[in-house]
Write a protein that binds this ligand. Structure first.
Ligand SMILES: [Zn+2]
Length: 695
């Protein structure tokens, strides 16, 4: 974005206004092309809106100067070059928005007026969550998927058929009884978790980060190379129809039911109600669930249920008069950036964090926000003392999305990202292909050592109860812990830990007991706890299953330094192990310091041997299941290893492919979704009943 300080609109002369309108038209057109066609937004939504608002305000003051190519007259550019164009049989409409309850009430009154139905006749409406993704139209002919197209400008979209092939939730073949020609409309989206993981992969690969899940979904679908789309975790919800050869439903409700029967995934939160009060209650209910949903939604949609009424109400300037989108309030606010703090992670990466003047955003007080990385700070020219815009989306950490230039203090200075590690003072380095800068000293940097210890005791690693971040930093500063092995020698320092405070005896002994309990550990947790770059929990499991013992793994990875070795060939052929990971693993074990750490640690602990899963003929082997809610007699990960040892596969998301869903206390959304799909629901007792049958 262009960071000249804007002049107040009242102070603009006519010629200045003309100049600025020309500049804005160019800037917005360029941003549109980058956003809609190249999937690489040059600015975030807020910055973009600011430009459009300013453009509109100038046009209002100088109507004579409005340009023929004014951005306020152009909706969105058509299809990008590179995709063939598709004309939609029925236009893909865009919804009008309601911003508060009054707008919704007004909508129902208008519908009543237009339909001329008396006040005592109920008008049933379907309430559906508005998924924040990318609209798509799927065309089926004789039950076969023949074409998929993006919305484009509503009349004409892009042919992305090949890119849809890898999306599991889009059926390629429908049952025989569907209309000969059927256009199904819905939303392509990406789950929040998958979005974060994708951005992590992008960062590791030095590629550009996506601004939000919607952007990631659009960018992933609109790839000219379908092979890239294939690697992206895209999902699909169906919600309506376009052109149909013979119409099949009388209501929106029936339509959704039919779509479900034809194996489309329908959002399980949809509800039908026949008065505006109940409809607004659903809005509040869905709004309250928003944070905990696996995907982003930005509002709910109300649709008149009766299709004959929909047809009578019709369409006005590309928006249906029988539906309206009730948007959630955006969770944005502005506040002062007090300080930019650089955190050093366990792999030495430098992460900038904004310390803010406390501000309420969406009911939560925010004091810290993410500044992404070095490039983002420079791109936005973010400075200490600036008033910045904060965006909070669900449970994701709040983000700084822009600077309010008019409020910049006169004496502010450009922020310079540190060339030296704030913890150990070593030089920081940044490889050409990576977006992160790292501390170059991996051995003697206390920030990294402390971060590694925190990782080591964390829940998914050694899971040492009561070992918080505070104690780790403190004990590290006292010089009584430095490496993972030293944690197991902490009992030698019991007197020092307690000091002269009797009140500390209990908590200290509790901690020491918790440490003793972890002297026996699974190989999977052990590998994860080493904190090797790119080795998350599931990859640790893959490696544990493959190598079976730490010595085997270590020997193999040391031999794999030679690319001609069998060990190298073996490594690159393990499922899910990509090039970048291969290099990280080899580097880690080539490092003498890391091997010494492992040696010392092995002296203190015992690593459990892996038993090969017994795949036998039982109710569990070969089945796929999902756990949801809190289990009472087992921890989730224990239950998971138990059923996996019996040959089951445990996944995290509900789909038609799963056999059982095991529900604990407060099961929530997943259980509902599974019931909707007719999947067998097991209580904890029922699951253990099945297990007992085996043993
Ligand atoms: Zn350092």
């Amino acid at each position: 974005m262009d960071y000249i300080k804007y002049k107040a609109i009242e102070e603009l002369s006519e010629s200045e206004a003309k100049e600025e309108l020309a500049r804005l038209a160019k800037l917005i057109a360029k941003a549109d092309v980058l956003y809609y066609q190249k999937n690489t937004p040059s600015m975030n939504d807020w910055e973009y809106d600011q430009l459009r608002l300013r453009n509109k305000a100038i046009e209002q003051r100088f109507p004579e100067s409005k340009r023929y190519d004014s951005p306020s007259e152009i909706v969105a550019p058509g299809p990008a070059k590179g995709f063939t164009k598709v004309r939609h049989a029925h236009p893909m409409l865009s919804l009008t928005n309601a911003f508060d309850d009054e707008d919704v009430k007004e909508f129902t009154c208008r519908v009543r007026r237009l339909l001329k139905v008396p006040n005592d006749t109920p008008i049933a409406m379907m309430v559906e969550p508005k998924i924040d993704g990318l609209s798509i139209s799927l065309r089926y002919e004789n039950s076969k998927l023949v074409q998929g197209a993006t919305r484009g400008d509503g009349m004409e979209g892009e042919n992305v058929t090949r890119n849809l092939e890898s999306i599991k939730e889009i059926p390629k073949i429908l049952p025989k009884n569907v209309p000969k020609v059927l256009e199904v409309r819905g939303e392509i989206y990406i789950n929040k978790d998958d979005f974060l993981a994708l951005n992590k992969r992008q960062a590791n690969a030095g590629a550009k980060l996506f601004a939000n899940p919607r952007n990631a979904a659009a960018g992933s679908l609109r790839q000219l190379d379908p092979q890239i789309t294939r690697t992206r975790p895209l999902r699909f919800f169906a919600y309506s129809w376009g052109g149909v050869s013979n119409f099949y439903a009388d209501t929106q409700e029936e339509c959704l039911k039919d779509l479900r029967q034809w194996n489309f995934t329908i959002n399980p939160l949809s509800e039908l109600h026949d008065n505006v009060e109940d409809v607004l209650k659903v809005y509040s209910k869905i709004a309250a669930k928003r944070c905990n949903l696996p995907y982003e939604i930005d509002g709910v949609v109300y649709k008149i249920n009766r299709i004959d009424w929909q047809n009578r109400l019709g369409v006005i300037s590309r928006s249906p008069r029988w539906a309206i989108a009730h948007k959630f309030k955006t969770e944005q606010a502005s506040t002062v950036l007090r300080e930019i703090v650089i955190q050093v992670g366990r792999t030495g990466s430098l992460t900038p964090v904004a310390r803010l003047k406390p501000i309420k955003v969406g009911g939560v007080t925010v004091t810290n926000a993410s500044l992404h990385n070095e490039d983002e700070i420079y791109r936005n020219d973010i400075r200490v003392g600036d008033t910045v815009m904060i965006h909070r989306a669900g449970d994701v950490i709040p983000q700084v999305i822009g600077v309010i230039n008019d409020k910049r203090p006169n004496n502010s200075q450009q922020y310079i990202f540190p060339n030296y590690c704030p913890s150990c003072g070593s030089k920081t380095v940044r490889l050409d292909d990576q977006s992160t800068r790292r501390c170059s000293n991996s051995i003697n940097c206390s920030a990294q050592a402390i971060a590694r210890l925190k990782h080591f005791v964390s829940r998914e690693a050694f899971d040492i109860n009561g070992f918080g971040a505070k104690q780790i930093s403190q004990y590290y500063d006292w010089g009584i812990i430095d490496t993972p092995a030293s944690i197991f020698r902490l009992r030698e320092h019991r007197n020092k830990l307690i000091g002269d405070k009797e009140s500390k005896i209990l908590s200290t002994d509790k901690l020491l007991t918790a440490i003793e309990r972890r002297r026996v550990i699974s190989l999977e947790r052990f590998i994860y706890s080493l904190g090797i770059r790119q080795v998350g929990k599931s990859m640790a499991g893959v490696l544990a299953n493959h190598y079976g013992a730490i010595d085997t793994m270590r020997c193999a990875l040391m031999q794999a330094v030679k690319m001609t070795s069998n060990a190298y060939l073996e490594l690159i052929n393990i499922n899910h192990v990509g090039d970048a990971l291969v290099n990280e693993l080899i580097d880690f074990f080539a490092n003498f310091y890391n091997r010494k750490l492992i040696d010392e640690l092995i002296k203190e602990i015992t690593i459990k041997e892996l038993k090969a899963p017994q795949v036998s003929d039982n109710y569990i082997a070969g089945k796929t299941m999902v756990f949801t809610g809190t289990l009472q007699s087992f921890r989730r990960d224990e239950a998971k290893s138990l059923v996996e040892s019996l040959g089951a596969k445990v996944v995290t998301s509900v789909s038609k492919k799963i056999d059982y869903i095991v529900v604990g206390v407060d099961p929530g959304y997943k259980a509902m979704q599974a019931r909707g799909m007719g999947i067998t629901v097991l209580t904890e007792e029922e699951l253990f009943g099945l297990i007992k049958l085996i043993s």
